[in-house]
Design a protein around this ligand. Structure first.
Ligand code: PLP
Length: 427
């Protein structure tokens, strides 16, 4: 039904649909467990013979209602929440990979995702090849191996702000019979819906714009339902061959288009347990109700701030895909014509020390290890998230030593600009 509504209406109405006499607002099922009248009834749930709740590590009604809303916002067929964005990306990949497999990843992904795939999952026997998101198709094709199982990239990279050519990546991935997984955290489904351009799986750190208020950590995975796992024989055997831990259930046979999310829920959540707390899911849902109002304001403010910075002679460079001067402006116009995100990066003349001094003089914009929420905040990757690297290593990682990551909030843009102006004057 709600598929017919516009995205603004879905932000408010999707998910929880109270029946006669039920709570109008999504209830918080703050309960680890669920009660049954007979032992047999609960047994059927354990066999996946019946749909229902028995233990919150696997599924919880509050979480499911919020996942359903995110699913509809992205235009997918099934979705699940996770305890963090890290868990979402981990599960999204690990759901279709095992020791001996190989993954292709864009070089500009979030540092946490970079470490996850190149360090931690490598220890699990899953190899990773890093590709330049701007590489041409021919170069991308060369990265694929016999055992490649998926391609991972971000619609807007954090913090490099590279806009992904989603169609190019989807085309190349599909030519090799593997799905494209797109982390859509920065753009959100309000500005970009990767499934419309061929992505197969979408992930989110809901800790950012979706929650929107820096209150609750969380993640989400959404399946488009478009990737045909059965078409590639034994390649995705975790989905297409019997799961012995469920008496031989074959996910694609039993769950059809919901196979991928069902497997991630009943197998990965069961065994690894990165469940979002129902309380956090409730807060996330409150955030989602205003996502369609906040995103345009973030973008409008960010464009004003970026344009002002571009005109200031103390500023060495500005990177914002909403600026006509950006290398990614045309891709942004294609994939996110209504706006990109509220995050800007820029550098000041005089380099690293000047950037640090500037940040210390900000009054409204707070120095925090967060990004993409209602309050304007700022971070200096070279001093914080990438602190252990020297200047040489920073350049290799695509993080210039003077790079300031500035996350424009939804305050009045003139107040944000005035704060920047006074900090620049006081360096
Ligand atoms: C923050 C972030 C993550 C990690 O999410 P957490 O909720 O912090 O675990 C993953 N991807 C992107 C693009 C992010 O910005």
């Amino acid at each position: 039904m709600s598929k017919e509504y516009s995205i603004e209406t879905k932000c408010i109405q999707s998910g929880w649909k109270p029946k006669n006499g039920e709570a109008r607002v999504l209830p918080i099922y703050q309960s680890t467990t669920f009660k049954y009248e007979t032992s047999d009834e609960m047994g059927k749930l354990f066999d996946l013979e019946k749909d229902g709740y028995f233990y919150t590590r696997l599924q919880n009604p509050t979480n499911d209602m919020v996942a359903q809303k995110i699913c509809e916002l992205e235009g997918g067929v099934a979705a699940m929440l996770t305890s963090s964005g890290q868990a979402a990306n981990y599960y999204a990949v690990f759901n279709i990979c095992e020791a001996g497999d190989h993954v292709i990843m864009s070089s500009t992904v979030y540092g946490g995702t970079f470490n996850l795939l190149t360090v931690t999952m490598k220890k699990m026997g899953i190899a990773c090849t890093i590709v330049d998101p701007d590489a041409d198709e021919e170069t991308l094709h060369k990265a694929f191996l016999e055992n490649t199982k998926c391609v991972v990239a971000e619609s807007i990279a954090n913090p490099a702000l590279v806009v992904l050519d989603i169609e190019k990546f989807a085309k190349v991935a599909h030519a090799h019979g593997v799905p494209l997984i797109v982390d859509n955290t920065f753009a959100t489904p309000i500005n970009c819906r990767p499934f419309e351009f061929g992505a197969d799986i979408v992930t989110h750190s809901t800790s950012k714009y979706m929650d929107g208020h820096a209150m609750s950590l969380g993640g989400a995975i959404v399946d488009s339902g478009n990737f045909d796992w059965n078409q590639y024989g034994d390649k995705f055997h975790g989905l297409t061959a019997p799961d012995e831990s469920y008496h031989g259930v074959t996910y694609t046979e039993k769950f059809g288009k919901k196979a991928y999310i069902t497997k991630a829920t009943v197998q990965l959540m069961r065994d690894l347990g990165s469940t979002q707390s129902p309380m956090n899911a409730f807060l996330l849902n409150v955030g989602l109700e205003t996502l369609h109002l906040r995103m345009p304001r973030h973008c409008e403010n960010a464009l004003k701030v970026a344009s002002w910075l571009e005109r200031n002679d103390k500023v060495a460079w500005v990177n914002y895909p909403g600026l006509a001067s950006s290398k990614y402006y045309h891709l942004a116009q294609k994939y996110m014509p209504n706006g990109t995100c509220g995050v800007i990066s820029f550098g000041l003349k005089g380099g690293r020390d000047v950037s640090v001094s500037f940040m210390d003089h900000l009054k409204l914009a707070a120095i925090v290890t967060h990004v993409a929420d209602a309050r304007t905040c700022v971070l200096h990757p070279a001093s914080h998230t990438h602190r252990q690297m020297n200047d040489e290593q920073l350049k290799e990682a695509g993080v210039q030593p003077d790079l300031i990551r500035f996350s424009v909030g939804i305050e009045n843009a003139d107040d944000i600009i005035a704060d920047i102006e006074q900090a620049l004057a006081n360096i």
